[in-house]
Design a protein around this ligand. Structure first.
Ligand SMILES: O=P(O)(O)OC[C@@]1(O)O[C@H](CO)[C@@H](O)[C@@H]1O
Ligand SMILES: [Mn+2]
Length: 449
């Protein structure tokens, strides 16, 4: 049964992006991209067959075969638009997922089952990653296997030169940071925020195509990239930090992480700057509790990245790594992976469906949401007019002053000026999905910001 409140909402908000619209980005993702990702996941499991045998004997081989069979079945369900099935594992979030399925079935009515090409894109795409986890979870000896691990570690190693440049910059900053006036802090914060923003570009290196060069510095590209920032609320982000610091001392900044590899390193560099400059007292990182959307950060990726950076054969990189490790050890930095981040909900559902997480975020002076998927969840992944305000699209979500740092890789965008989207479409038809454009978009629930 659809409740009256749900009916009201249905009448006032636009429809969800969905593969129902043949030829749309959602349609092409589900038709082409997701099956390829599943094929790669199968391939990764298969290539580790010998390792599973070494670790678990025949049981490892059985698990490998069984997990592959489940993933092949999943790919077939997806490609033939079969109904979305309830989860059959006993992970702690399974009930929440199954309730969510029921909720969608109710909204959709009885005629059609919730299915890959007919239901909201955000939901079915998240569901695919959860089903990958189910296939592994049902085969205990290999439950912990991360099918995306190789891709993530490779992307870290490929971006080494850019990371060295960033850590060298950070070292220079550390030496002079004490007593730096606010106007200079603002300048450095602006740069490192943009590096973290462009770290979200899908090609992992923001100095694209130059990764063999000797002097790849992400900081050198910032001026050239600036025209591609479609909404730039940087000054509001700065005000949120400074007002808080001046009123009650440096507060807590939360970073809702996106991808491992280069992007995570840019986030760690930003977090290091926030703490060492006194703009923040603590930083809470929020990551995923299972492998997610191929490259998203898990606890293992987070720890691995810090360890690798410590072990790097580069003085300032290893010094940064050691510093990061001590932030973690002393509790200045903490890592959290609430199950809500790997559920399909829009963030406007957080207050009711993950009240503990919402209350937790309310303690932050600023929450940075990294990346495209977080933007889709902030805006509900709905087919908004691009001139609709960010605050409207958030549909009441606002635990604390928040900022989305996102390169555009899905066709939802709000908060643009009248005519801006039309102009972009005329000159760059793929502006919403190419990862070439970006936004720094801010919202505060407090009236003084
Ligand atoms: O959140 P991220 O890492 O920036 O991007 C996630 C993403 O690759 O996945 C979806 C398509 O599969 C798109 O929303 C987006 O392009
Ligand atoms: Mn991601």
């Amino acid at each position: 049964m659809t409740t009256a409140a749900e009916m009201d909402l249905l009448l006032t908000v636009p429809p969800a992006l969905s593969a129902r619209v043949v030829g749309s980005f959602a349609y092409l993702t589900i038709r082409d991209r997701l099956p390829t990702i599943l094929t790669k996941a199968v391939d990764s499991i298969h290539r580790h067959k010998d390792k599973f045998f070494e670790q678990h004997g025949e049981e490892g081989i059985r698990a490998e075969k069984a997990a592959i069979a489940l993933l092949s079945k999943l790919r077939n369900e997806l490609q033939t638009d079969k109904p979305v099935l309830a989860l059959s594992d006993e992970l702690e979030d399974a009930d929440a997922w199954n309730r969510y399925l029921q909720r969608h079935q109710n909204l959709q009515g009885d005629q059609d089952s919730v299915s890959w090409f007919k239901s909201p894109w955000l939901y079915v795409e998240c569901y695919m990653y959860r089903r990958i986890q189910e296939a592994l979870w049902l085969n205990p000896p290999i439950s912990d296997f991360d099918v995306f691990n190789e891709a993530k570690t490779q992307s870290y190693f490929e971006s080494q030169r850019a990371v060295m440049a960033l850590c060298t910059y950070l070292e220079g900053l550390r030496k002079s940071i004490e007593g730096l006036p606010d106007n200079q802090l603002l300048d450095h914060f602006g740069k490192l925020l943009q590096v973290s923003l462009w770290g979200n570009k899908c090609d992992l290196s923001i100095s694209a195509g130059q990764e063999n060069s000797q002097k790849v510095s992400p900081l050198d590209s910032l001026d050239d990239l600036r025209p591609y920032i479609l909404v730039d609320d940087f000054s509001s982000v700065w005000s949120a930090l400074i007002l808080g610091r001046n009123q009650s001392g440096p507060g807590r900044v939360d970073i809702v992480l996106d991808n491992a590899g280069f992007e995570l390193t840019t986030d760690l560099v930003l977090a290091d700057f926030l703490v060492s400059s006194g703009l923040a007292r603590t930083v809470r990182f929020h990551g995923k509790s299972m492998p997610w959307f191929v490259s998203d950060v898990t606890a293992r990726d987070f720890q691995w990245t810090i360890r690798q950076t410590m072990a790097a054969n580069h003085m300032w990189m290893s010094k940064s790594g050691v510093q990061w490790q001590s932030y973690v050890q002393e509790g200045t930095w903490t890592y959290h992976d609430h199950p809500f981040w790997t559920q399909p909900h829009q963030f406007c559902d957080m207050a009711s469906d993950a009240a503990d997480l919402y209350a937790d975020l309310q303690g932050a002076a600023l929450v940075l949401f990294k990346g495209d998927l977080n933007y889709r969840k902030l805006t509900g992944d709905l087919d908004w007019e691009p001139t609709v305000g960010f605050d409207v699209a958030l549909q009441g979500f606002g635990p604390a002053p928040l900022c989305s740092l996102r390169t555009l890789k899905a066709n939802v965008q709000v908060g643009l000026q009248p005519g801006q989207a039309e102009k972009l479409s005329a000159h760059h038809p793929d502006w919403m999905t190419s990862g070439k454009y970006a936004v720094v978009q801010f919202h505060s629930p407090h009236s003084d910001l």
